[in-house]
Design a protein around this ligand. Structure first.
Ligand code: ADP
Ligand code: ADP
Length: 228
């Protein structure tokens, strides 16, 4: 479904963020990208929805080279979840969640109805939380809204950059569990960035372990844990 062939990204200042990446993510597969800060995980993810483009190599989605796909069209098929800052501070939780379907042509009432369903799905009662603003939520609740919003257009692909990063370990544990439960019914193709190896192993069907700019191991949880 998503395929990297010898992808290199060099930023204008000369930094080589990733160097010769080749890997593949199957349809419905959840792949975690894990490694220390600065090893190229976010760069990898941003190339998938063309927030940035590779310097060399090729990325394809469903067999088509994305260099030839309009970024706006591409992003319609990809929900993007980032840590904290993703929410619009001056819009309610319901409107934050309804924005994407609304922008892609849904009627306002229909978009809000869908947003309410999604909030429910991620464990936020829309009747209680829908009318709040992001700053009136806990960190864990904000991250739930981020996930609901990414799911709003029902994209086949989810790109998640440290989606459970900014909360305490107890909340993180709960969000991870709930996300796994959700994924068991959604079967999205997911790329999830984390610097936490335990999270990577817990969530990933496969795990890409990064060293500086390269994937050093690409394996199942059992493989990464060194089981026979
Ligand atoms: P990670 O997500 O693993 O922390 P990044 O992909 O953000 O890593 O960064 C990889 C490398 O590229 C780092 O050395 C980082 O400093 C560098 N980098 C990231 N963005 C830019 C940029 N816009 N310009 C120059 N260098 C960058
Ligand atoms: P979580 O376990 O999701 O991190 P918290 O323990 O942080 O939740 O928050 C518990 C409750 O307090 C939640 O119902 C949340 O909505 C509410 N809350 C947290 N921060 C604020 C705030 N700044 N303003 C209003 N309510 C808040």
């Amino acid at each position: 479904m998503i395929r990297f062939d010898s992808v290199t990204k060099r930023y204008p200042d000369g930094t080589t963020a990733v160097d010769g990446l080749s890997f593949e993510v199957g349809e419905g597969e959840l792949v975690t990208l894990v490694g220390p800060s600065g090893c190229g995980k976010t760069t990898t993810m941003m190339m998938v929805n063309r927030l940035i483009d590779p310097t060399h190599g090729r990325i394809s989605v469903d067999g088509a080279d994305i260099a030839g796909v309009d970024p706006v069209q591409l992003r319609r098929r990809m929900g993007y979840v980032i840590q904290q800052t993703g929410l619009f501070p001056h819009r309610t939780v319901l409107d934050n969640t309804a924005t994407v379907p609304f922008l892609t042509g849904w009627k306002k009432a229909k978009a809000r109805e869908r947003a309410a369903e999604l909030l429910d799905l991620v464990g936020l009662d829309p009747g209680v939380y829908g009318s709040r603003y992001p700053e009136q939520l806990s960190g864990g609740q904000r991250q739930r809204v981020g996930v609901a919003r990414a799911l709003a257009a029902d994209p086949p692909v989810l790109l998640m950059d440290e989606p459970f990063g900014a909360v305490d370990p107890v909340v993180r544990d709960r969000l991870q569990k709930e996300f796994l439960r959700l994924q068991a019914t959604m079967h999205k193709t997911v790329l999830l960035v984390t610097h936490d190896i335990e999270e990577a192993i817990r969530l990933g069907d496969r795990i890409a372990v990064y060293g500086a700019g390269r994937i050093e191991q690409y394996d199942t949880p059992a493989g990464v844990l060194g089981a026979p």
